[in-house]
Design a protein around this ligand. Structure first.
Ligand code: NAD
Length: 466
């Protein structure tokens, strides 16, 4: 095996160490796996440690402490508690029915650990999207090498220290670094790669996985539309949507990317959205000082948003809500653009910031056509009271998931599979689906009595006539 050294860490040696330990890890009992989950739970219950995490995220992008608690720590903890509660049941052989043609046999699925897993995570929910997959990797009995994002260096350093304290490196190891470290890791023959990030890098990861035929879970992003029908409760929806768009400053994979509102309701929606922002961030003229409103992650992303915004204005978009941008602070105010056209750059790429383009439609078929001209989204948001409209949208569009009459909640229920479809992702996780993502569903058939001798030669006329 080729030696790849990064920051004085020999990745091939680390990989080999995990590979040697993987069979032992795979053969752990439910209680041994629960003991590992308990390490994570105790760590998250340690207030001093969690204060360290909040401080690190504040240093990285001024993320509000309450949001760190709600959207990072509480989410990982709920996964760990759910997995701890359900694990013995998940690990049991899953019996399936036997067709009459296999009479005398029984069949079941044995969930076998995949082996050595690689978890590559993004910067936008750096703790949640690193530790949630880790919960499922451990629950399924895998070892894991983790590569978090280089764009949140304080949080990554904090997580590296935590992982070192919680696990021996043959079980779990975290390697800090940028794309070059990912590239080096992707040379290694992992059994499973769990990647969360952009569709563009997802393609690179999948191509690298193909060299070793490693299985992949790709949790990607894209443009999640928020459709608002004339029958919708506009005030309430706009308020919730304002929260979804500004949470983490719009830097959320499931953030509503753009609005498609029934034409006669556009102005009412824009006004309600403005009121929603004022409720969330009172005195929005001084938003730059509001500790609940975080920042764009780095200058490159700030410039990217500025380019999308200026391109839209140059092509005829009108700003019906906005404010002063501040480059030094990487501050982008909540911004609403109307008079949109589909040839604007902002309608091509995932926005990942607090800018909301508002497009209109005059028939459900037109709304569907606008959505279908773009890659399949991670989440489809449908705001309507009219049940037929809701069903029409569900039946005529494809998305990883859908949320009806609210926003963001798709991440909240561990009993639902979470993930995209095609450009927004491949594979799902959360709860049992997370356990399955890191497991090989080994199909077992056991003969208990009898034979299928009619299938054996010499083939009689009776067999030939089947
Ligand atoms: P990104 O794709 O730029 O980076 C993700 C990770 O990949 C990082 O750790 C990065 O170091 C690594 N990486 C970068 N270049 C690489 C390369 N050439 N080869 C291998 N690895 C490389 O994504 P990001 O900017 O960190 O995160 C934002 C994206 O992630 C958005 O598209 C968002 O929608 C998506 N996302 C998806 C989910 C989900 O659950 N579906 C959740 C959060 C974010």
């Amino acid at each position: 095996m080729q030696t790849i050294t990064t920051n004085a860490i020999d990745l091939a040696t680390l990989f080999k160490k995990q590979q040697d330990f993987a069979p032992q890890m795979a053969n752990t009992s439910a209680s041994q796996r629960i003991e590992r989950l308990n390490r994570l739970i105790r760590f998250m219950d340690d207030e001093g440690e969690m204060q360290g995490l909040k401080d690190a995220m504040y240093q990285d992008f001024r993320k509000a402490e309450v949001e760190v608690m709600l959207s990072e720590i509480a989410v990982v903890k709920s996964h760990a508690l759910h997995a701890r509660r359900e694990l013995s049941r998940w690990m049991r052989p899953h019996k399936v029915t036997t067709p009459i043609t296999l009479i005398g046999t029984t069949s079941y699925i044995h969930y076998e650990a995949k082996g050595v897993s690689l978890i590559i995570s993004p910067w936008n929910y750096p703790f949640n999207l690193t530790f949630s997959p880790l919960v499922y990797a451990l629950a399924a009995g895998n070892t894991a090498i983790i590569k978090p994002s280089e764009l949140t260096p304080h949080t990554s350093a904090f997580m590296a220290k935590a992982i070192k304290a919680l696990f021996p490196s043959e079980e779990v190891a975290l390697i800090e670094g940028d794309a070059s470290v990912s590239t080096a890791l992707l040379e290694l023959p992992f059994d499973h790669i769990f990647f969360t990030g952009s569709p563009q890098i997802g393609k690179i990861v999948m191509a690298a996985a193909a060299k070793h035929l490693a299985s992949v879970t790709l949790e990607l992003g894209g443009k999640s539309p928020a459709i608002i029908d004339a029958s919708a409760a506009i005030d309430k929806l706009a308020y919730h949507l304002a929260w979804g768009k500004c949470l983490n400053n719009g830097q959320t994979c499931i953030a509503p990317d753009y609005v498609l509102v029934e034409a006669s309701k556009r102005d009412e929606f824009v006004e309600a959205f403005r009121n929603g922002i004022e409720r969330l961030y009172p005195n929005s003229a001084k938003l730059v000082d509001n500790p609940d409103y975080c920042r764009i992650i780095n200058p490159r992303h700030y410039q990217r948003l500025r380019r999308l915004y200026e391109d839209a204005l140059s092509k005829g978009a009108q700003e019906s809500m906005g404010g002063t941008w501040n480059e030094a602070e990487r501050f982008v105010p909540p911004t609403v653009l109307v008079n949109m056209s589909e040839d604007m750059l902002i309608m091509e790429e995932e926005i990942f910031g607090p800018i909301l383009p508002v497009l209109t439609y005059s028939s459900p078929a037109e709304a569907v056509a606008i959505i279908q001209r773009r890659p399949k989204p991670l989440t489809l948001y449908i705001g309507a009271k009219d049940q037929r409209f809701i069903q029409y949208m569900l039946d005529n569009t494809s998305a990883g998931g859908a949320v009806i009459n609210d926003y963001m909640l798709g991440f909240g229920n561990p009993n639902l599979p979470f993930g995209g479809v095609n450009n927004s992702g491949i594979g799902k996780y959360m709860g049992f689906h997370g356990f399955v993502a890191f497991s090989n569903e080994k199909a077992i058939v056991r003969r208990n009595f009898g034979t299928l001798s009619m299938l054996f030669p010499p083939y009689t006329q009776r067999v030939k006539s089947i």
